[in-house]
Write a protein that binds this ligand. Sequence first.
Ligand code: CMX
Length: 440
Amino acid sequence: MEYIKNRFYEKASKCINEYNKLKRDHGDKVIANVTIGQVMTGMKGVPSLITDTSKLDPQEGIRFRGYSIPELREKLPRLNPEGEPLPEGLFYLLLIGEIPSQEDVMNLSKDWSTRSHVPQHVYDVIDAMPKNAKPMTQFSAAITAMATESLFQKAYRSGIGKKHYWDFIYDDVMNLIAKLPRVAAYIYRRNFHNGDHIEPNRKLDWAGNLAHMMGHDSEEVKRLLRLYMVIHSDHEGGNVSAHATHLVGSALSNPYYSFAAGMLGLAGPLHGYANQDVIHWIFDMLDELDTDNPSKEQLADYVKKTLEEGRVIPGYGHAVLRKTDPRFTAQQEFADKYIKNDKLVNIVNNLYEVVPPILGDIGKIQNPWPNVDAYSGALLYHYGIKEYTFYTVLFGVSRALGVLASLIMDRVYGLPIERPSSFELKWYIEKATGQSGSCI
Ligand code: CMX
């Protein structure tokens, strides 16, 4: 599928010139000051990364190469007029910056299908782990084990020059993305369906095949997973999974290592683990209240109790967003259209009314509104994917599209190894007050 690679490089080579010119002519230009507060709140708002694939506006939410989620649902190619856009099209957009034609998307889908073979030793690595190893433990180990396939690693050892790195990274990325549904489905069937594995159907698209290999072959699940894979793919460069992938890639670690690092970050409760935590937290609540249909008053009391225990409300809040996440809204619209009278979906909708005012009243929480993770579990659960410890793996499969498209761009630009400065606490205290602190 060389024509996609060629089309990508034709566009990307213009960016290299602009990158080099900016570095050469404007390297001394000051673009921001950094406050102590920013250092102490996770470097929020410090411009320090180049990410072209998507941009997150605090009020409006994510735009992928300039397109909002509603625009993408309208413009990206799909298999039928009623369906959701194909993630292949979203990846093409992230990589090349153009809405692809139907033919481009079908070609990419075929390309990924031909690259999707997973070597036996990867399955052996998964099978060597105890069944109670968390799905994300198995997923990240499998991705690391696939590094034996890295073309970039081999080419680097053979002495290729820096300007050719992107070429091998590109093929590693395509191969890795192509294999992820098989790996994810393998873990799912191993853990939850007695290792009764299902072979891929080469005629299906990337997300459709994932649904098929998981054993959820209905059109409804395929449609849901296509939407899911599109909306979870990218959230600009500073989130933990994107930043970790980019950071590890800056050491020229191969894409398998880089992405495995990103997945280990996604597995954290403040990031992608929140999608399973939401369902876990709701089920704990239903157990405690001994009902499957809690009133809004009961929900409010349970939210307050969770906060009093010093815990976070999973699925709510965001480091950048200051409004309801449009990824939440896209899933709510999907539920409104296709799902009637589902108890879990109703609870998630009621929580949307109950939680924000309670979080808002606390004062310190910057964003009381729901994020993507507040809704996704209820949809998966409705369609029979009830094994919620697996949900973060699905997030991970999707996240590959964004962070790995960016990784190719990183090597196109030839970005250097990343190395911000660190100082002792007392250095900051001295900067702020002129006095030295008493900390060790
Ligand atoms: N429930 C309770 N407290 C919350 C909260 C929530 N949902 N969101 C933020 N807070 C608290 C923070 O823990 C912090 O408390 P301390 O000052 O005591 O440490 C305070 O409010 C200020 O935090 P913030 O500036 O509003 O938010 P951060 O940028 O620090 O954190 C996030 C953002 C997402 C980690 C946080 O909102 C959170 O923990 N949410 C719940 C977990 C979750 O849904 N994560 C998924 C995010 C989306 C994704 O990456 O998948």
